[in-house]
Design a protein around this ligand. Sequence first.
Ligand SMILES: [Zn+2]
Ligand SMILES: [Zn+2]
Length: 238
Amino acid sequence: MLIDAGTGVGDLTLEEMLGIDHVFLTHSHLDHIAALPLMVDAVASRRKSPVTLHALPETLSALKTHVFNNVIWPDFTLLPTVQNPFIQFSPLSVGEVREIGNLMIEALPASHSVPAVGYAASSAGGVNWVFTGDTGHNPALWSRINQMRVGMLVIETAFSNRESELAVLSKHLAPQTLAQELRHIDQSNLYPIYITHTKPAETNLIMNEIALFEHSTMAGAACEHDIRWLSAGQEFEL
Ligand SMILES: [Zn+2]
Ligand SMILES: [Zn+2]
């Protein structure tokens, strides 16, 4: 199973790609789907069943209209045969839970410039791995995950504070708005927080700005979290 299919897919071997039966997409932006058409194409001839794409109806519709449209890429929802295509769409809605193997995947609310979700994944009785996807200010997310047992939160911080206006416009977070978001976390429920989606040229600046608020009184005790940067190749056990 994959959650999102950006350029990180290029780190997988062909055998690993072949093993992916389900892709959960947070939204339609290119950095979250870029590798999907190529990955499906790379393994399609060796697969016996379609890869299932789980996403909001708006996200699937965007893929069909703008990617799998027989102009940018073939319509793999109809090829090689309508009966057994390379991909199939499985629309979901916010709050819906999908069971994949021994994992439960719940679609979480997100607030972005296009329809978007985050995801929480857990096995029976286990803690949740929570991924916000791309999001700006998102009170609905905190109401939901404060009801969950969370083992790890992966949250975006796309911009540094000097570009915080752009962050608000594009519905992303910057360190100062991240600090405000983290104040919503129930204090009896602290867990490690991993930062992702940092602009490559700004990563050091963003993490330095986060380290400043993490150790300051600006956000008060509510911001005493364990915050780290999510990097390629890390493995976690929850
Ligand atoms: Zn986006
Ligand atoms: Zn993005």
